[in-house]
Design a protein around this ligand. Structure first.
Ligand code: PRP
Length: 215
């Protein structure tokens, strides 16, 4: 039988995902300890070859699942909102909780309410445009960055940012604050649309095992 293929997000979410899959009995102890070794290995298979699991960069997980290269994936809601792929989002896994927010200096709060032509720096251009144009009917200029977005309003590249806020430490330590909240974020289990039919039983069992160990 072909293995069920799962894509996990490398980095921040991987430890929690591996722990959850371990608790749910989806990973054997051997596979779990192989995954926990800080090696450069990317693909892991169960001893019975029933499950194949790989680690990919966050924005690539929905791509693998959309194309059917993975049947299921674990990705942050931020990545899913930004990627806009046509996947089934079947389970909120709870970990990786944070907030997608507009942040900036307190002095921008009033202009942000109604003003137009704000410059918004972000790693999430689709989420930012959707929020400002569709939800708030404000015109904005989106400036795409790839990291340390908090720099932009401090250095004068943008007025505000759209980014995830977890502890709030990065904002606080840089004199910035949350000005508006856009969405609650956490890790989600996503499923390829064809796999949902073809692998219905195995995926249903996977979801059941995960649900059983979720708080
Ligand atoms: C994320 C995010 C914020 C920070 C928020 O960045 O983009 O910068 O974490 O976390 P906090 O509220 O707990 O401070 P990440 O660490 O992924 O790095 P990056 O900015 O280089 O993308």
């Amino acid at each position: 039988m072909k293995p069920l293929v799962a894509a996990l997000t490398k980095g921040r979410l991987s430890e929690d995902a591996i722990n959850l899959f371990g608790r749910a009995g989806i990973l054997s102890p051997g596979m779990k300890s192989a995954l926990e070794k800080k090696s450069r290995r990317l693909i892991f298979s169960s001893a019975d070859s029933d499950l194949r699991l790989f680690l990919a960069k966050a924005p690539d997980v929905p791509t693998y699942v959309d194309y059917g290269a993975a049947d299921v994936g674990v990705a942050g809601k931020d990545t899913l909102m930004e990627g806009r792929r046509n996947l089934y989002e079947v389970l909120d896994l709870g970990f990786g909780a944070c907030t997608m927010a507009v942040a900036g200096p307190e002095s921008e709060r009033d202009r942000l309410k109604r003003g137009n032509n704000l410059r918004v720096a972000t790693k999430y251009p689709h989420i930012a445009l959707d929020y400002f144009v569709r939800r708030k009917q404000q015109t904005v200029e989106i400036i795409m960055l790839s990291g340390s977005v908090e720099l932009a309003p401090i250095i004068g590249l943008s007025d505000v940012i759209v980014d995830i806020v977890e502890t709030g430490n990065t904002l606080r330590e840089n004199g910035l604050t949350v000005l508006e909240e856009i969405a609650s974020i956490s890790a989600r289990l996503v499923v390829n649309r064809a796999s949902m039919k073809i692998e219905r039983e195995r995926i249903a069992l996977l979801i059941k095992k995960l649900k059983a160990v979720l708080p």
